[in-house]
Design a protein around this ligand. Structure first.
Ligand code: MG
Length: 310
């Protein structure tokens, strides 16, 4: 059949498909630009990991996170299995828990060894249970740092699509999410852009037939290398964006408190505003200032000014 004949045939017998397509088109068309613009709903809600926060003990750090206007703390994997205890620790200082920064499990997922992958997924489920218990947005997962895998990009993506749908379903049951973290090329070759992580998450959701349980995050430090537009990157993730890491970019002083180098956050914050982002933006960076407490306070002030400008 020639292409023209085929098109003619599909026009007459393919009414079912055509009407579904028309319905989709009209649904998209029904949403006006004004309705898609969610700036009025967006909020800058700041969180911090314990490492970047000023203070000598966890208690000092939690007190300072609260004192300078943050709303949440981001824990590392040492909280897994101790959700109630770690949630109480945050709540005692008037803070929520934003996320668990869990990492790559040594790259075990990105391997042809089924047992290694299974061990990674079993432990990921334990972390998801804890995140649910702490009412956190999710568990940050890096499929592989660059020295941790021999597999190609294509193969890792295939494995994620094979293995993660039931784990995303489990995350949804726990009322939390698996959150892919794209990294810059100095740290990873697989998964470097926010839109890439979002498309993998979307495909996993489609395969699982669910609407939540997996998403992506953006880290301003990594995005400074990999994204041509921070605004565009966040908009491309849309509702799949579950978390953000705050850090200055690659220029010296590299990856320190926002405001300590020349990188601006206005473009990225415009993207967050446009998608109506209300989840957390969390400090994950060093500090160049000598007085860490003063530098933390100044950085938060800087971020709020950038948000206003966005
Ligand atoms: Mg990060």
């Amino acid at each position: 059949m020639k292409r023209r004949d085929f098109l003619g045939a599909s026009a007459s017998v393919g009414l079912g498909l055509a009407s579904v397509a028309a319905m989709k088109t009209s649904m998209i068309a029904a949403q006006t630009t004004e309705e898609m613009d969610k700036r009025a709903e967006a909020k800058l809600r700041i969180s911090s990991q314990l490492g970047p926060a000023p203070g000598d003990s966890d208690e000092d750090k939690l007190a300072n996170i609260k004192k300078y206007g943050c709303e949440a703390v981001e824990y590392h994997g040492n909280c897994v299995g101790k959700g109630k205890e770690f949630k109480k620790k945050a709540n005692d200082f008037g803070l929520e828990v934003s996320c668990i920064c869990w990492g790559s499990h040594g790259g075990d997922f990105s391997s042809e060894d089924k047992d290694k992958r299974q061990k990674c997924l079993d432990d990921l489920k334990k972390a998801l249970e804890t995140a649910g218990e702490m009412e956190a947005s999710g568990v940050i997962f890096v499929p592989a740092f660059k020295h941790e895998t021999e597999l190609t990009n294509q193969r890792i993506r295939e494995l994620l699509l094979e293995e993660l749908p039931p784990v995303a379903e489990f995350a949804k049951q726990c009322n939390t999410s698996i959150i892919f973290e794209p990294l810059c090329r100095m740290e990873a070759f697989f998964l470097r852009q926010v839109a890439d992580g979002a498309s993998i998450a979307r495909d996993i959701l489609r395969k699982a037939g669910i609407d939540s349980g997996i998403g992506v995050m953006g880290d301003f430090y990594h995005m400074d290398t990999e994204e041509t537009s921070q605004m565009g990157a966040f908009i491309s993730a849309g509702s799949l964006l579950k978390h953000v890491h705050l850090a200055g970019g690659v220029e010296n002083p590299r990856r320190t408190y926002p405001g300590e180098n020349s990188m601006t956050f206005v473009d990225g914050f415009r993207g967050l505003k446009y998608i109506g982002y209300t989840r957390f933006c969390s400090f994950e960076c060093g500090c160049a200032g000598e007085d860490k407490e003063k530098a933390f306070e100044a950085s938060i002030k800087f971020l709020r000014e950038q948000w206003e400008q966005a």
